[in-house]
Ligand binder design. Structure first.
Ligand SMILES: [Zn+2]
Length: 488
C-alpha cells in the first residue's frame, strides 16, 4: 500500500487538476501512460511513490502504470493523461515475434555463446570470467579486453555495463557491439588497436540475466531482478536503487511490489555485489552504465538536486564531448529527479571513477530494425570514454599515480594536453591535484624519451618541440636525454 499516495492527495488535491483514470479490472497488466500539464510537485509525486518513470520532461512524465498494484485501484493521478502503449506485455511479445535470424536482440544464451566464442577466437586480447551468480544462479559475465588480458598491467581502465534493467534489451546491444568492433579491428584500425594495447577495458553486458530472461521468455515488461521477496508474493529488487551510496534517501520505494523497490539493505543483491567487488578490485577511471530510454547522458549526483559533485567540470566537459557522437542531451542526473542508490553515485563516490549513465533510444525496446542505428550512434561515444580514461581521468582524483608512472608515450602526451585544458577550469584543490599528476606524467614522458627501447618516437618529439606551453616538459626531456647520454 502506498500510504503516502493518500497523504499526497489529502494535502495537495485542492490545488491540482485530477482525472480519474484507473478502475479495475482491465485486460492489460501494464500500460505506458503520459501525464501532461504537471507542476514540479506533481512530477515529484510520481518519482517518490514507487512509480516507474522512464521519461521526465519539464511539465510531463511517462509512467509505467501497473494495474495489478492494488493501491492504484480507484485512485486519481494528476495531470492530463494519454496512453502511449496500452498493453506493455503485448508490446514485448510483438517485438519478440518481429525478430529474424539476422536481426534479434541478444538473449542470455546467445550472449553467453558469443562471449565464449570471442574469448576463444581472440584469446590474446580478451578474457572471459564470471564475476558472480545472479539470484537464480546464472553467471554474470565480464569480458576484459586488453593486450595481456590475464595480467593487471597498471593501464588506465574503463568499465562498460549493460542490462541492469530487465526489459532494456538495447542496453546489452551497445556493449556487445563495442566488444565486437574492438576485437575485429585489432591490428587493423590504429586507434582501436592502441585502445586495446594501452587500456584495460571491462565489459559486463548483462548485469541482470534473470530479469532479462524473464522478460524475454514470458513476454513480460519487467524492470527488476528476480529476487523472491520473503513474506510477500512479490518479486524483484530494482538493482539501480540497491547500491550503497545514500541508499534509500530519495526516489526509491520500500514496497516490494514497486518497480523501484530498493531491497532490504544496500547491496542486498548478488548482482550489485558483483559490481561492488569488481570496482573495488579494478579502480576504474571511467565507466558507462547503459539503460533506456530518453536519449540522455547522465552524471552524478543522482541522490539529490542542486548538489554539484567536485568533478562537475570534468563531467560536463566529457559528457559534452560524448554527446557529439550520439546527439544526446548531457545532464546532471538529479536534474531529472533525485534517485538514490544508483550505480554512478556509488562508483564515483567510492572510487572517484568518472561514471556516466546513458539512457539509450526513445523507447524501452526499440524495433529490431533500429538496433544497428543505435549502436552506430553510441559505440563511438564508448570508445571516446575509453580513450579519455587515460587522459582526463588520470589528472582527476580517479587517476592512479602508478598508472601515471606507467603510461605509454602517446597517452602520456595526450593526458598532458587534456589536463592542461582541463586544469584551467577546475576549482583550486583539483587544479593543484591535476598539476601534480601532470608533473608525474611529464617525468614519465621524459624518461621514455631518454630510453631508446621505449615507444617514444621522433614524430612525438617533433610534436612536443613545436607545442606551445610545454616548457617544463621540454626541459625535463632535454635534461633526461643529457643524463642518459652521459651514462651510455
Ligand atoms: Zn534502466
Amino acid at each position: 500500500m502506498k500510504k503516502s499516495l493518500y497523504r499526497y492527495y489529502f494535502s495537495v488535491s485542492v490545488f491540482s487538476v485530477f482525472i480519474i483514470l484507473f478502475s479495475l479490472p482491465v485486460s492489460a497488466e501494464k500500460s505506458l501512460v503520459r501525464f501532461d500539464n504537471l507542476t514540479q510537485d506533481q512530477i515529484a509525486f510520481f518519482h517518490e511513490n514507487g512509480f516507474d518513470v522512464p521519461k521526465t520532461g519539464r511539465d510531463y512524465v511517462e509512467v509505467v502504470v501497473d494495474y495489478s498494484d492494488e493501491s492504484l485501484n480507484g485512485s486519481k493521478l494528476p495531470g492530463k493523461s494519454s496512453v502511449i502503449i496500452p498493453d506493455l506485455d503485448e508490446y514485448v511479445s510483438n517485438i519478440l515475434s518481429s525478430q529474424t535470424r539476422e536481426r534479434a536482440y541478444f538473449s542470455f544464451e546467445t550472449m553467453t555463446a558469443r562471449l565464449q566464442e570471442w574469448s576463444e577466437q581472440y584469446s590474446e586480447i580478451a578474457s572471459l570470467s564470471s564475476i558472480g551468480k545472479s539470484c537464480e544462479g546464472r553467471d554474470i559475465w565480464a569480458l576484459k579486453i586488453s593486450d595481456n588480458p590475464k595480467v593487471d598491467e597498471k593501464e588506465p581502465s574503463a568499465l562498460i555495463v549493460g542490462g541492469t534493467h530487465a526489459r532494456e534489451w538495447i542496453s546489452v546491444e551497445v556493449p556487445m557491439e563495442s566488444i565486437k568492433r574492438l576485437l575485429e579491428s585489432y591490428g587493423k584500425d590504429e586507434k582501436l588497436t592502441s585502445l586495446v594495447n594501452d587500456r584495460e577495458i571491462w565489459f559486463v553486458p548483462m548485469l541482470n540475466p534473470d530479469g532479462l530472461v524473464f522478460s524475454q521468455t514470458k513476454s513480460k515488461y519487467w524492470r527488476k531482478n528476480r529476487r523472491k521477496i520473503d513474506s510477500s508474493s512479490a518479486y524483484g529488487v530494482d538493482l539501480n536503487r540497491n547500491y550503497g551510496y545514500k541508499w534509500g534517501e530519495s526516489g526509491a520505494s520500500t514496497s516490494p511490489s514497486a518497480d523501484t523497490y530498493m531491497g532490504t539493505a544496500p547491496f542486498s543483491e548478488p548482482e550489485t555485489c558483483a559490481i561492488k567487488a569488481l570496482t573495488a578490485r579494478e579502480h576504474f577511471q571511467a565507466s558507462i552504465s547503459f539503460h533506456s530510454y530518453s536519449e540522455l547522458i547522465l552524471y552524478p549526483y543522482s541522490y539529490a538536486k542542486n548538489i554539484s559533485c567536485p568533478d562537475n567540470t570534468t563531467f560536463v566537459k566529457l559528457s559534452g564531448e560524448m554527446a557529439k557522437f550520439n546527439s544526446y542531451t548531457p545532464q546532471n542526473s538529479a536534474d531529472l529527479y533525485p534517485a538514490a542508490g544508483e550505480s554512478d553515485d556509488f562508483i564515483y563516490s567510492e572510487h572517484k571513477t568518472l561514471a556516466f549513465t546513458f539512457e539509450l533510444a526513445t523507447t524501452f525496446i526499440p524495433a529490431v530494425t533500429q538496433i544497428e542505428n543505435i549502436c552506430n550512434q553510441n559505440v563511438p561515444a564508448v570508445f571516446h570514454l575509453i580513450e579519455k580514461a587515460g587522459t582526463y581521468a588520470l589528472t582527476t582524483p580517479s587517476g592512479d599515480i602508478d598508472i601515471c608512472r606507467n603510461l605509454d608515450s602517446k597517452t602520456a602526451f595526450q593526458a598532458l594536453c587534456d589536463g592542461k585544458e582541463l586544469s584551467e577550469s577546475l576549482p583550486f584543490e583539483l587544479k593543484y591535484l591535476c598539476q601534480e599528476r601532470m608533473s608525474v606524467i611529464e617525468d614519465r614522458l621524459a624518461s621514455l624519451s631518454a630510453d631508446s627501447s621505449s615507444d617514444f618516437s621522433e614524430s612525438l618529439q617533433a610534436v612536443i618541440s613545436e607545442s606551445a606551453g610545454f616548457e617544463s616538459l621540454k626541459k625535463k626531456i632535454s635534461d633526461s636525454r643529457k643524463f642518459a647520454s652521459l651514462h651510455r
